[in-house]
Each structure stands twice: as structure tokens, then as C-alpha cells.
Design a protein around this ligand. Structure first.
Ligand code: 5GP
Length: 175
């Protein structure tokens, strides 16, 4: 990437997702799992993490809008696409790319809990340290990072950079 630096390499991501997949496999042994990816950012984590889970897995996706082209959270969450599946009685694992203020997930968790899943846990590749404005329990965390704005591996800046195979930080002047 010409305009930034690598924060977490492709190899580090792969290794950590392998470990998370093994942990999930152990924790859900004997059960089947519904993995729910939060679009758009989580599509890459979802694909790579799911391939490390050795359980019967089904997939569903939700699309929410929380950010525009700006890099600050608005706290306003709009569901653009709801789940296709019923989640009542299912073991649901929400898969996120990043937890920042936690407002998006707080809203999503509250909404989805009303549908009475058998269990609902959260996996996020990245969690920003000390940035949560509401408490969000992340059962499976990939990496804890600082407050910097990151891109790549599904995460965008103004819809670009999602295809970077690593997590990068943009230089100030490029934002
Ligand atoms: P939260 O509601 O936790 O503040 O924000 C969650 C959403 O904000 C994420 O799913 C992601 O879309 C966006 N977001 C938060 N921090 C970053 C960041 O550092 N980089 C990018 N690209 N998106 C972020």
C-alpha cells in the first residue's frame, strides 16, 4: 500500500484465525452453528474463519450502515439487509470485522436477542482498545488494536482498500 503501513500482516491474520477456529470448534463441539456475517466489512473474516471451523456450519448475513464516508461513528444503525434465516433456538455466532464504539453491535445484539436464539456470541477480528462507549462482550477477539483508523481485509475507507490482504493504517495526509 503506497499510502500507509502494515499493522497486521496476512500471515498473522491467517495464524490467528486458525487459532480462533480451533477454539470455536472446541466450544461448540456436538452442536451446529449459524455464522452471521455483518456486511460489508466482515465478508473476508467470515470466509477465512469459517474454513477453520470443523463443525456443521450454516451462513447468513446482515447488512448495516453505521458509517458514511466519515471515519467517526454516528451511533445511528440502519439495517439494510436483515437475516434470511430464523434464529430462534439456534446457536448464533456473529462475525464482525471491528468493534470500535460498540454501538453497532450493541444495537444488533439487542435486536437479535429478541428473536430468542439458543445462544449468541460474537467474534471480531479487531477490537479497538478502550474505545467502547457501551460494553460489548466479544467472545472471540482476533487482535486488540489502538484507536487508529485501519483498512484492509474487508475494511474500507470510502469503500476502497477492502481487498488488501492485510490490515493497514492510512497515513494522516491520505485521509
Ligand atoms: P462501532 O459501532 O463499533 O463504533 O463501529 C463499527 C463499525 O464501524 C465497523 O463495523 C466498521 O464498519 C466501522 N469502523 C470502526 N472503526 C473502523 C476503522 O478503524 N476502520 C474502518 N475501515 N472501519 C471502522
Amino acid at each position: 500500500m503506497e499510502t500507509g503501513r502494515v499493522l497486521i500482516s496476512e500471515e498473522q491474520i491467517a495464524e490467528r484465525l486458525r487459532e480462533m477456529g480451533e477454539e470455536i470448534t472446541r466450544d461448540y463441539e456436538g452442536r451446529s452453528l449459524l455464522m452471521v456475517g455483518i456486511l460489508r466489512g466482515a465478508f473476508m473474516v467470515m470466509a477465512d474463519l469459517a474454513r477453520r471451523v470443523r463443525l456443521p456450519v450454516e451462513f447468513d448475513f446482515m447488512a448495516v450502515a453505521s458509517y458514511g464516508a466519515a471515519t467517526k461513528t454516528s451511533g445511528v444503525v440502519r439495517i439494510l439487509k436483515d437475516l434470511d434465516e430464523e434464529i430462534a433456538g439456534r446457536h448464533v455466532l456473529l462475525v464482525e470485522d471491528i468493534v470500535d464504539s460498540g454501538l453497532t453491535l450493541d444495537y444488533l445484539l439487542k435486536t437479535l436477542r429478541l428473536r430468542r436464539p439458543a445462544s449468541m456470541e460474537l467474534a471480531s477480528l479487531l477490537v479497538k482498545k478502550d474505545m467502547q462507549r457501551v460494553p460489548v462482550e466479544v467472545r472471540y477477539t482476533g487482535f486488540t488494536i489502538g484507536p487508529e483508523f485501519v483498512v484492509g481485509y474487508g475494511l474500507d475507507f470510502d469503500q476502497v482498500y477492502r481487498n488488501l490482504p492485510y490490515i493497514g493504517v492510512l497515513d494522516q495526509h491520505s485521509l
